[in-house]
Design a binder for this molecule. Structure first.
Ligand code: 3E9
Ligand code: MG
Ligand code: MG
Ligand code: MG
Ligand code: MG
Ligand code: MG
Length: 365
């Protein structure tokens, strides 16, 4: 049974957008999953119904169609790993063995010609994804994609040790883990490939740009924790999300944990809008395009999160909203009190730090 928690509409100041190819993307991604036989027959049957092509079409609303399709197949593949190996599979309780399997997959991503995991469907799918990453990306983007896979894999091994022991990390550790285990950073190179440009390292790795990127990961994963709480808490066995962390460590009721998680993501969203507004005033055209795409990623995850059967679970309906609100519940400008991310609040020049209503920062142009 689900939690019965009623999720109210949450704050989203970013307008929705979708690529016109979204219906085709759903069909093509389902066909790709069948071709490579991603996941068990049962898991694949669920994944192909979850409109993952539409999710990708929301992330890249004006991107190259081939990359919309690549990203859709990649997200479906990620769920093949995250659901198939980690959350529902045997390896999810054996961090050491999981680390070994993920290293073998990394070798396939890095050297698709290597004779590794030759009979494995996830490896075959990954070889195909790598070929397409080479076609639509630069050598540097392909290398960053492999590195991002490594940081995602590293975090799910950490998560697996908590699953094995039945423990729940504290909020600081959970936040650090969640910046990576939501697989948000592996999507980032495809934001560039989608529009055929390369963000220069001096901008991509600038502290404030990295902070904006991390904030996007925080918002996307907190929103997922809120919207997937019903799906996750009704499943048998271990689950981990921000609500569970707040219940276990702060002794909050489910209702209060939900309220707290909403307040946390509202404050990060408020800061994100102010910071990206500032960055896009001063950045290159490529940085502005990148920031626009981060916004589409955030909003796309929200729109997909409230509509996909993955989360609405029609057989036992989740009580989640069908629209978003345009003001935050908590517009506070103070840091969240989570040490690993407290530096996010130190980046804006003093003048932009104090002023400006929440959500009023200009949209990246
Ligand atoms: C997300 O966390 C796990 C990822 C592997 C899903 C693949 C999705 C993306 C790469 C884009 C990011 C989108 C998100 C986080 C919705 P979790 O809690 O295991 O996802 P679940 O769908 O099971 O709630
Ligand atoms: Mg997961
Ligand atoms: Mg999951
Ligand atoms: Mg699950
Ligand atoms: Mg190329
Ligand atoms: Mg989730």
């Amino acid at each position: 049974m689900g939690s019965g928690l009623a999720v109210p509409p949450i704050f989203s100041p970013i307008p929705p957008a979708i690529h016109p190819c979204h219906t085709d993307a759903d069909v093509q991604t389902a066909a790709w999953a069948e071709t490579f036989r991603i996941g068990s027959d049962e898991l694949r049957g669920r994944l192909v119904a979850q409109t993952i092509g539409t999710f990708s079409a929301r992330i890249l609303p004006e991107g190259r169609e081939e990359v919309v399709s690549l990203l859709a197949d990649f997200i479906l593949w990620l769920f093949g790993v995250d659901d198939g190996h980690c959350e529902e599979g045997e390896l999810g309780h054996r961090p050491g063995d999981l680390a070994g399997e993920l290293h073998r997959l990394l070798r396939v991503a890095q050297n698709p010609e290597a004779p590794v995991l030759l009979d494995d469907p996830l490896a075959a799918g990954l070889r195909d994804l790598r070929l397409r990453v080479d076609r639509y990306g630069t050598a540097g983007q392909a290398a960053r994609w492999v590195d991002a896979l490594r940081e995602y894999f590293f975090s799910v091994v950490w998560e697996a040790s908590h699953r094995r022991d039945g423990t729940v990390p504290d909020l600081n550790d959970y936040t650090l883990m969640r910046l990576y285990d939501g697989a948000t950073s592996v999507v980032l190179p495809m934001l560039e490939m989608g529009y055929g440009f390369e963000l220069q390292p001096h901008e991509r790795d600038a502290t404030a740009v990295r902070a904006a990127t991390e904030m996007a990961s925080f918002i996307i994963t907190w929103d997922n924790d809120i919207l997937s709480h019903h799906k996750e808490s009704r499943a048998t066995g271990y689950y981990l999300n921000a609500l569970r962390v707040l219940e276990e460590h702060d002794g909050l009721s489910p209702e209060k944990a939900l309220e707290t998680a909403i307040s946390q993501r509202d404050r990060v969203m408020t800061l994100y809008m102010r910071l990206t507004g500032h960055l896009s005033e001063h950045g290159s055209p490529q940085l502005r395009q990148y920031l626009r795409s981060l916004g589409h990623f955030i909003r796309g995850a929200q729109d997909w999160g409230i509509t996909s059967v993955r989360y609405t679970t029609p057989e036992d309906p989740a009580d989640i909203p069908s629209f978003f609100r345009d003001t935050p519940v908590d517009a506070g400008h103070e840091p969240l009190g989570i040490p690993v991310v407290s530096w996010w609040w130190d980046l804006l020049p003093r003048s932009s730090r104090a002023g400006g209503a929440a959500g009023a920062a200009p949209q990246p142009a």
